[in-house]
Every structure is written in structure tokens, then in C-alpha cells.
Design a protein around this ligand. Structure first.
Ligand code: GLN
Length: 302
């Protein structure tokens, strides 16, 4: 898959977060991680990039884990796909749930506000600790320049946080939540680490490397369902139709896909399509899913 799509130049780096435009566009990595913790990797698989929205299902998992299962996400955030871009304010006005689902910005900001914490520092510590646990205890860093660049230009997300607060669908202070959310998106992760995070979900909630349970087995199907219907934003239908795998993308260029019970595929390349999803990462994962015939609805080689 890596060799096949290495030459693809379509799309462009995200630039609404100014620093993302400076990430070398040629970077490209593909990794498969198994429930035994075995990694098959190729390309720039150790290069750390900002996790961005790929962090969202993992913080949703933390909320489920802290608060007795998925029901809290359904009740306090929502689980409906929007069919609209990831930063939509229109979706927030249209749907009674407001935050809509934990994989778009509104719902992800709400999820951060739902993390049980005593202070902003504690909230951040829990969010980061959880991402590190999913990555098998890797020492994932905060990419400070990414954080600064994103927080300084966060007007749209600030509007979302304030709107949610207005509708009583944000459960902590808006600016504090926005800061922790933005830090969460600015965490550096390699494609290998991302594959390990996905493998935890493929392994029904237990991290393959540490053996630590991070999500109850009974909550995994709900989380994967949200990933299938909303992990690609307004492209989720097309992705499910093609690849048939619960997945999550981010504007840093990362994507993780889960083959439940079997393995995870992670890919990274910075150039994005219009919906904000990595062109080469999509092609690589779609190709692997088709070639191995592992789409959850049955083999789909075309
Ligand atoms: N941090 C980004 C934002 O809030 C995440 C968006 C994404 O990766 N799609 O806009």
C-alpha cells in the first residue's frame, strides 16, 4: 500500500492551523498493529505528528470508563452523525443534542468537559495520561508550537464552546475546556503509536503492550459504532461504503482504522482532501482493507 500510493500528490496540508502548513507534505507511513502487540510498519512510522481529531474516540472512551459506560455519551453529548464538516456551528444549532457526537469538534469539546477532574491541570493530566495508556505507555509529548498556533487561532472552537455552554451542553468552564481540548489535539504521536492505540480497541479494550484494560469490553461496540458513522465527518458514509471499517481521522494527516477482534491499521500523510481527511492515508487503508477482505460487512475488494 505504501509503495502503491507514495507517488500520490493530491490534496494539501491543513492551513487553518498555521503551523500545520509547515509540516513536510511528503511524509507517509503505514502501520498494522495486532492484539499481540506485533507491529508491521513502513515509511516514516516513527515521525511524530499532531494527533488532532484522532484523539477524540480515546477521550470519549475515557469518559465512558469514568462514568459507568457509553450511556453518558449518548445522554450528554449525542451519537448522531451530522453529515456536516467537523467544525460545524450549523449542526450545533440544528440538532437538539447540540454537541451531536463525540467525534466532531462540538462533541469532542463536550467530552473533554465531561472528564472528571478537580482542576484544569488535573483534566489535562487525565486526558494526556489516557492517550499515553492507549499508546502502550508511550511518552507522548505535547507539541507546544502546534498548541500555541492552534490556541491563538481558535476562534471557531471558542464559539463552539461558548454556544455549548449557552445550551447547557458543556459541563465545565468553556475557556478551560477549550485549552485542554486544544492541548489534546496538539499531542504528538507516531504512526506506530497510533496503530497501538487502535489495536487496543481491536483487542476489545485491553492494550496489547501493557495488558491494561482501558475500556470495558461492553463499551467497545458503541464506540466503534460512533467511529463508523462519524469518524470521517461528512465523508463517513462514503468511507463505510468503501472500506467498511470504524475509523478516525485528523487534520494532522493521521487515520486509525479498527478491524474488530483482529488488528488496527494506522496511516499518516499530511495532504488532506476537502473534508479534512488524509488522501494517501485513506488510499492505503482502503487498499489494505480490500486486499485482506476485512471490512466488517464482508470483503469488498473493489
Ligand atoms: N484541533 C482541530 C480542530 O479543533 C481538530 C480538527 C480535526 O482534526 N479534524 O479544528
Amino acid at each position: 500500500a505504501h509503495a502503491k500510493f507514495k507517488g500520490v500528490k493530491d490534496g494539501k496540508n491543513a492551513d487553518y492551523i498555521p503551523i500545520l502548513a509547515t509540516v513536510p507534505s511528503e511524509l507517509f507511513a503505514v502501520v498494522i498493529a495486532t492484539p499481540e502487540g506485533k507491529l508491521y510498519s513502513t515509511g516514516d512510522a516513527d515521525h511524530r505528528f499532531s494527533i488532532q481529531s484522532v484523539s477524540k474516540p480515546f477521550t470519549a472512551a475515557l469518559v465512558m470508563q469514568q462514568q459507568g459506560g457509553p450511556q453518558v455519551v449518548k445522554d450528554k453529548i449525542g451519537v448522531e452523525p451530522t453529515g456536516l464538516p467537523f467544525n460545524s456551528k450549523l449542526a450545533l444549532e440544528m440538532y437538539e443534542a447540540r454537541s451531536v457526537n463525540p467525534l466532531v469538534n462540538a462533541g469532542a469539546i463536550a467530552a473533554v468537559s465531561l472528564v472528571k477532574a478537580r482542576s484544569e491541570k488535573d483534566r489535562w493530566r487525565k486526558v494526556l495520561g489516557n492517550l499515553r495508556d492507549f499508546a502502550g505507555g508511550a511518552d507522548l509529548p505535547l507539541l507546544k508550537e502546534v498548541y500555541r498556533s492552534e490556541y491563538e487561532t481558535s476562534w471557531s472552537n471558542r464559539a463552539i464552546a461558548n454556544l455549548l455552554y449557552n445550551y447547557e451542553r458543556l459541563y465545565a468552564d468553556p475557556e478551560e475546556t477549550l485549552r485542554v481540548y486544544t492541548r489534546q489535539c496538539s499531542v504528538g504521536v507516531s504512526t506506530k503509536e497510533l496503530a497501538m492505540m487502535g489495536a487496543t480497541l481491536a483487542n476489545r479494550g485491553v492494550n496489547p503492550k501493557t495488558g491494561k484494560r482501558l475500556l470495558d469490553e461492553g463499551s467497545v461496540p458503541e464506540l466503534l459504532a460512533i467511529m463508523l458513522t462519524a469518524g470521517f465527518y461528512d465523508e463517513s458514509g462514503e468511507w463505510s461504503y468503501g472500506a467498511g471499517l470504524p475509523s478516525k481521522t485528523g487534520v494532522g494527516g493521521g487515520i486509525v482504522s479498527v478491524v474488530p477482534g483482529r488488528f488496527a491499521i494506522a496511516a499518516f500523510s499530511p495532504r488532506l482532501n476537502e473534508a479534512g481527511n488524509s488522501v494517501r492515508a485513506m488510499k492505503a487503508i482502503r487498499y489494505i482493507a480490500g486486499d485482506l477482505g476485512v471490512g466488517i460487512f464482508g470483503p469488498n475488494p473493489d
